[in-house]
Design a protein around this ligand. Structure first.
Ligand code: GRG
Length: 296
């Protein structure tokens, strides 16, 4: 990756960490254990891809970064909640996340459940309690967008399909449907929320950014499947190769590694095409590069 992108993303990752530090409840305040566990799950972790997408989309529309950081934090809190719940014994039963014990291993299952609930609620508190858009109507659209992305017609719905797909043979369209919801919905929301923080786009421009977001959302998952299949040992901070081991359908099991890589490259190229004509979309282009080239 080019050094300028690395500096930009590094600065924003640090900014998101500081903002989340400030926005998450004080662990000295009752209930201390729950607040400490929320911070454990949300701080010091991850690539922060979703916040970076929100900031990059915000640049396209000249959004105030002080607004974007709140929208980006809300998305990241939803993501953190989803990981905590996904790791629970009733779901993927993972012991490691981001190189440390999963939330339920560290704090117990009941607390981990409440951590997920509380991070989810905090996300909606943030996105409704701060002024993030030029009109109340547009801000209400943002709340609705995040709710749809997180719920049964978005991420949680994708997760429900994932749970019943274990040991099943899915068709490619079925696999795509699952991942567009499970992983893609929140990535799409990240881009759209970033744009809602700035000046309104016309429908054509918004549809182009939406198409970009859908392409990178699916590419993210295809690459995740490739990395999962290729990781020899538990080096990713989660249990590598777990999807295949759990008999879950993936792009690699359905298409083979070479075709999965070609598909990721195709989605990358479609994402870049969707940005043609946008002057300030360089960061979105670089993030599409990062999403398909990443090694973790
Ligand atoms: C429990 C409602 C509910 C949903 C869970 C996102 C999700 C749905 C589960 C995560 C399972 C998983 C490993 C999916 C593969 C793609 C993915 C979302 C990976 C994790 O996201 P990254 O790579 O993680 O952005 P970091 O740690 O960098 O934030």
């Amino acid at each position: 990756m080019n050094p300028d992108f690395l500096a930009w993303s590094g600065n924003l990752q640090a900014r998101i960490e500081t903002v989340l530090e400030r926005l998450l409840p004080d662990p000295q305040h009752t209930p201390q254990t729950l607040h400490a566990a929320m911070r454990y799950a949300a701080l010091e972790g991850g690539k922060r891809v979703r916040p970076l997408l929100a900031f990059a989309a915000g640049e396209v529309v000249g959004a105030d970064p002080a607004r974007v950081e709140i929208a980006a934090s809300a998305v990241e809190l939803i993501h953190a909640y989803s990981l905590v719940h996904d790791d629970l014994p009733c779901m993927d039963n993972d012991m490691l996340r981001r190189g440390k014990p999963t939330c339920h291993v560290e704090y117990g299952e009941a607390t981990a459940l409440l951590v997920g609930d509380s991070l989810h609620s905090l996300a909606f508190e943030l996105i409704s309690a701060h002024t993030l858009s030029d009109t109340p109507e547009r801000q209400l659209e943002m709340v609705k967008l995040l709710a749809l992305a997180a719920g049964s017609r978005g991420m949680a719905g994708g997760q429900a399909i994932d749970l019943v797909s274990v040991g099943q043979t899915l068709t490619l369209p079925e696999l795509e449907f699952m991942h567009i919801h499970k992983t893609g919905a929140l990535i799409r929301a990240s881009v759209l929320l970033g744009t809602y923080c700035g000046s309104a786009l016309d429908d054509t421009a918004l549809a182009k950014l939406d198409h970009y977001a859908k392409c990178v959302g699916l590419a993210f998952q295809v690459v995740d499947d490739i990395l999962d299949a290729e990781a020899p040992t538990a080096t990713l901070g989660k249990t590598a190769g777990k999807d295949a081991e759990n008999n879950k359908p993936t792009y690699v099991t359905l298409m083979g590694s070479a075709r999965a890589k070609a598909f990721a490259a195709e989605l990358h190229s479609d994402a870049l095409d969707a940005l043609a004509g946008f002057d300030s979309a360089q960061r979105l282009r670089e993030l599409a590069d990062f999403i398909v080239q990443r090694q973790f």
